[in-house]
Design a protein around this ligand. Sequence first.
Ligand code: MN
Ligand code: MN
Length: 455
Amino acid sequence: MEKTLWEVYTKEQLEELEKVTSSYKDFLDAGKTERECVAEIIRLAQEQGYKDLSTLETVQPGDKVYVPWMEKSIALFNVGEEALENGMNILGAHIDSPRMDLKQNPLYEESGFAYFDTHYYGGIKKYQWVTLPLAIHGVVVKKDGTKMNISIGENENDPVFTVTDLLVHLSAKQLEKNASVVVEGENLDLLVGNRPLEGEEKDAVAAQISKLLKETYGMEKEDFMSAELEVVPAGKARDLGFDRSMIMAYGQDDRVCAYTSLAAMFEVPDVKRTSCCILVDKEEIGSVGATGMHSRFFENAVAELLDKCGQFSELKLRRTMANSTMISSDVSAAYDPMYPEVYDKKSSAFFGKGIVINKHTGSRGKSGSNDANAEYIAKIRNVFGTHDVAFQMTEMGKIDVGGGGTIAYILAQFGMEVIDGGVALLCMHAPWEVSSKADVYEAYRAYCAFLKDMK
Ligand code: MN
Ligand code: MN
């Protein structure tokens, strides 16, 4: 495709594009952690008539259900007329994003400043996370099980937090360092206070913070042990550019694919073949743990669904998984003209050219990748062709420069057809990532086409 999507969209499509991307920005603002995303997904799904599977005795074709897992991952099913063992059309993405987590004993004082100790999560360029307004989101669970949701730093009147960096005047030595150690992990501590508590002799500033936490949240120092508090950039998703053609926001990896997959589920309510959307946690650290894609939770959810449809057997469960087809969506690297040396221009993703399809991901000799079958890619091409979906077949960067993985290979272990797709970003894993509105909208169109016509 020579032209960009901006030049080929109709007036109606441009209007729909604004609607989809505006809802996408709202989704990003509502979900800055995996837990907040799951809560928002449930709220949106219920508006569309989805019900919690655990509350239903039986399930019939036409029913729409969701299965949350530990408030961090979720699977949604739109049950079709066809037997489940014929397979499902699955859209998958992840809802965790790189960030800094508070350590379990985070509060300390040094030279009159109070800090929260952090441990970063996912792959970040540490030097990018300093001198930014930061917010704290998450949960604190007290010993008796009471759970408090925390969100500080997003409202205009909230305070924000930050990680300091050295002034340039004293940085001669620092600037000689390798960029990977210019700011080190242990230096990513959050500045949270500077005012001593009256009458306190030792660590009076930290004592003040403790007092405020107690007053505001009824929180003891020990409660940090059973807390999950995530430090993320403060502020909302914004339009980028005079022409408002792009979006700048935190957490677009991979909430851009999560949101557009979810929106497609809602847009295609009547299906013959069951459609499914799985939005999972822990991708950024290897899809591990009970809420990551390696967990059996998804397979268990499908087993529960089969049971409530009156179709369960161990063999039928295996057939359901093996006969499914999936677009495993994650963000990809968009060509950045500021850094042409890392891209093979012929195999690069460009802004405004549509959903990105990767036959494989991985690094070096495709290591760690699901390498999609030619037969399946042909089917995808056919579906996209029928619905006039613009896609670009790409690889992420030059060979041997780097690479990355997704959840694709994990689902492929069930023997199903899986391909990597998604939206190309600039500044992936930076505090503020950049997407093209046209690509966000085209990904949504691609997922709708897939749910309608893949078989
Ligand atoms: Mn990702
Ligand atoms: Mn990532």
